[in-house]
Design a protein around this ligand. Structure first.
Ligand SMILES: [Zn+2]
Length: 462
């Protein structure tokens, strides 16, 4: 990680950084029942986190002089930004988005709402016409939204904005840069108001969000407050049930699984919580500025036998890769994008049947359901009480069965008047064929996959 942590996400080391309260989540005891929540459809989730993207503005170019003014001694901020293109064009967004859709790639795509102070996406972007701005937002809505979560990456990703005036503070110092903000303790409410300010601009652009990305070291001094602020801000602006955020990278043997944070149970209602979803790789494409040499083989080599993504997939851990948008475009050479295509194709060739591309919000939801769904079993019947709905929930239990019937009710304790839905899962002959509405009987375990609603679900196995 670069010193100062600018534009690069922080490693989770040291692990003591988890100062937030540990979730008092009800969890099943797999030892007592032998029941286990499996990976979704029995597959390793893959995802692609893209930072520093926005509409039209090349963040690599416009951030560089602002970082250089803040850190005049840093040689890596003295690159020739004047020679770089102002724009990462929509034709490239289209090329990238269409290719990813063809290959099923999903993930998170940042939209910085006031990118490097160039302009406001919900008002005006100097250098581009109103029509170009409108069409650029429409392209994100149509092409990206189906497969990508949209996150604000704070307001500017450069200067801190005075929320009272909407203007950047006067002085250039690390204390006034979002990447290293705040430098002092602030309240959860203040932090939430800063996040909400960014979210509201995207809401004005009709871009839905279920989470946020922190730019670089944003919030690093208030790590315990950040999840509470995310919960408050995302719920307040978008009324979503399950907010999430991206800030950390799990390196080496660090645990890359999403974490439940800011958990607070509510009697009879949806609990409050935030999912912290970590990336599992560094950025090894063209870097945050698009001027680095791309090294795609660090994610996966050509035959997918080495690389960090391969390592995570082989360990059957979520394999979430990271990059910065200027590092896909690379000033127009698209070197990072070409490397990325090779990585995706290599992983596809070796692991297509064992992996599943998911949005970050889908991974967050799956792990929330995995951690928080109460599971109990008697004889050959399993009861689940789920605080959140979760597509493709996958459960295994010991024994051999030829029939699995799922009964679902929208309430924690169904009343007689409630309509219940009963479905008989369809047997499949291999684990790779498993999808919602199916079960697979292995040598000694029965693996069922179904869309889990919030509330009560019963499984009967025969
Ligand atoms: Zn960033």
């Amino acid at each position: 990680m670069a010193a100062g942590g600018l534009a690069i996400h922080q490693s989770i080391s040291p692990l003591t950084s988890w100062a937030g309260p540990s979730p008092k989540a009800p969890q099943q005891d797999p030892n007592s029942t032998g029941i286990q929540v499996e990976l979704p459809r029995g597959r390793v989730p893959l995802s692609f986190i893209i930072d520093d993207s926005t509409c039209l503005v090349n963040m690599g170019k416009f951030c560089m002089p602002q970082f250089a003014a803040t850190y005049p001694q840093r040689a890596d901020y003295q690159k020739p930004w004047q020679e770089w293109p102002d724009e990462i064009p929509d034709s490239f967004v289209r090329e990238f988005g269409e290719w990813c859709a063809e290959h099923g790639v999903k993930g998170k795509y940042s939209i910085v709402p006031y990118p490097a102070c160039v302009g406001w996406l919900d008002r005006v972007l100097p250098g581009w016409s109103q029509q170009q701005l409108r069409e650029s937002i429409q392209l994100v809505q149509k092409l990206m939204l189906p497969n990508w979560d949209i996150h604000p990456e704070m307001i500017t990703h450069t200067r801190v904005i005075d929320l009272k005036t909407g203007r950047p503070f006067q002085d250039y110092s690390p204390a006034r840069m979002e990447n290293s903000y705040p430098q002092q303790d602030v309240s959860v409410d203040y932090l939430a108001s800063y996040l909400a300010y960014a979210l509201r601009i995207l809401k004005n652009c009709d871009l839905p969000c279920e989470g946020i990305t922190t730019p670089g070291g944003f919030g690093s001094r208030v790590k315990d407050k950040l999840p509470h602020a995310v919960l408050e801000a995302v719920r307040d602006v978008y009324s979503v049930d399950l907010p999430h955020y991206f800030k950390y990278i799990a390196e080496g043997d660090e645990d890359p699984h999403p974490r439940v944070e800011a958990f607070h149970a509510r009697d009879g209602g949806t609990p409050d919580l935030v999912m912290n979803v970590l990336a599992g790789t560094g950025d090894w494409f063209g870097g945050w500025d698009g001027a680095e040499e791309s090294r795609g083989s660090l994610y996966s080599n050509e035959d997918a036998t080495s690389g960090r993504m391969v390592e995570l997939i082989e360990k059957r851990q979520p394999a979430i890769m990271l990059c910065h948008w200027p590092g896909m475009y690379c000033g127009g050479s698209k070197e990072g994008f070409h490397d990325f295509q090779e990585v995706v194709i290599a992983l596809e060739k070796r692991f297509a049947n064992q992996t599943l591309w998911m949005k970050v919000s889908e991974i967050a939801r799956y792990w929330a359901a995995k951690e928080l769904t109460r599971i109990s079993a008697t004889n050959n019947a399993v009861q689940l009480a789920a605080p959140f709905a979760c597509p493709a929930f996958t459960l295994s239990l010991p024994g051999r069965f030829s029939k699995v019937v799922v009964t679902q009710s929208g309430h924690p304790e169904p009343r007689q008047s409630d309509s219940v839905e009963k479905i008989s899962l369809r047997p499949v002959r291999s684990l790779t064929a498993l999808q919602p509405g199916c079960f697979f009987q292995s040598e000694d375990r029965c693996i069922s996959c179904f869309d889990l609603p919030a509330g009560r679900t019963d499984l009967e196995l025969q």
